[in-house]
Design a protein around this ligand. Structure first.
Ligand code: URA
Length: 249
């Protein structure tokens, strides 16, 4: 939708090329073959403009399958252990958990912040740069909750230290903003924080003489990792899910 409330339109070949269906030439070949169908009728002209109606994905099929979600896509992924939040590092990447075509989308899907390779849990991805920046902006103070398993029993003073707003991580010049600690057992806890410094949770526990052996993010803002979303699975976020990210966790 444009600023004036008019639905934007785009050339069919551009739309499909940007969704990863192939080059413009390949899209014209698909159109020639009658495999691109809108409201039941083949579209044979790949340079025809198509209105980006919100329901377009359900009305347009390519080779008999409904169109992929339009740009403005946001996903929640249950990140498994052992995959990296990067487009180009060696080894298994979170993007390899998505359909191969989605990895050719333009604008590309990017992770909203990062989780370490050995951290599991709720990871958001989006192709909407404005949304991404809105979530990671310090102004938004979006909270993140992590379940932590520790090598050694908690001493008892960690909650006061984390919530003080004075804890300085090694090599840094600014203290951490207050972090809430919920103790669940001698070696298990949850922390809720609004910053996203490098290896923050692991370094916080290292600063109080402990060691994190397992780390899992289960909530961003007021959005919980759905219980039925298995490691490696993802789900398209609806407007309600996006709104929940900005609600108090
Ligand atoms: N803190 C960490 O140490 N690692 C993560 O992946 C996220 C927060």
């Amino acid at each position: 939708m444009s600023a004036k409330g008019k639905v934007a339109s785009v050339r069919l070949d551009r739309l499909l090329a940007n969704l990863g269906y192939g080059s413009r030439r390949e899209i014209q070949m698909l159109a020639n073959a009658g495999t691109i169908v809108l409201d039941g009728a083949p579209l044979r002209d790949a340079d025809r403009r198509i209105a980006l109606d919100p329901d377009l994905s359900s009305r347009l099929t390519v080779s008999g399958k409904t169109l992929d979600p339009l740009p403005g896509l946001a996903l929640m992924l249950h990140k498994p252990l052992g995959v990296t939040c990067s487009h180009k590092e060696a080894g298994a990447l979170v993007y390899s958990l998505l359909p191969p075509r989605w990895r050719r989308r333009e604008p590309p899907l990017s992770t909203v912040g990062r989780l370490d390779k050995e951290t599991s849990g709720l990871l958001l991805l989006t192709d909407d740069g404005a949304l991404l920046h809105r979530i990671i902006s310090p102004k938004a103070s979006v909270s993140k909750r992590y379940r932590v398993t520790l090598d050694r029993p908690l001493r008892g003073d960690e909650g006061a230290i984390f919530s003080s707003g004075t804890l300085m991580l090694e090599g840094e010049e600014k203290p951490l903003l207050p972090v809430a600690l919920e103790v669940h057992g001698p070696t298990s806890a949850a922390v809720t924080l609004t910053e996203g410094r490098y290896h923050q949770v692991r370094r916080m526990f290292a600063a109080v003489g402990n060691h994190v052996t397992a780390l899992h993010r289960d909530r961003v803002g007021a959005l919980d990792l759905p219980a039925d979303l298995e490691p490696g699975q993802y789900r398209v976020m609806g407007e309600g899910d996006v709104a929940r990210v900005f609600e108090q966790g």
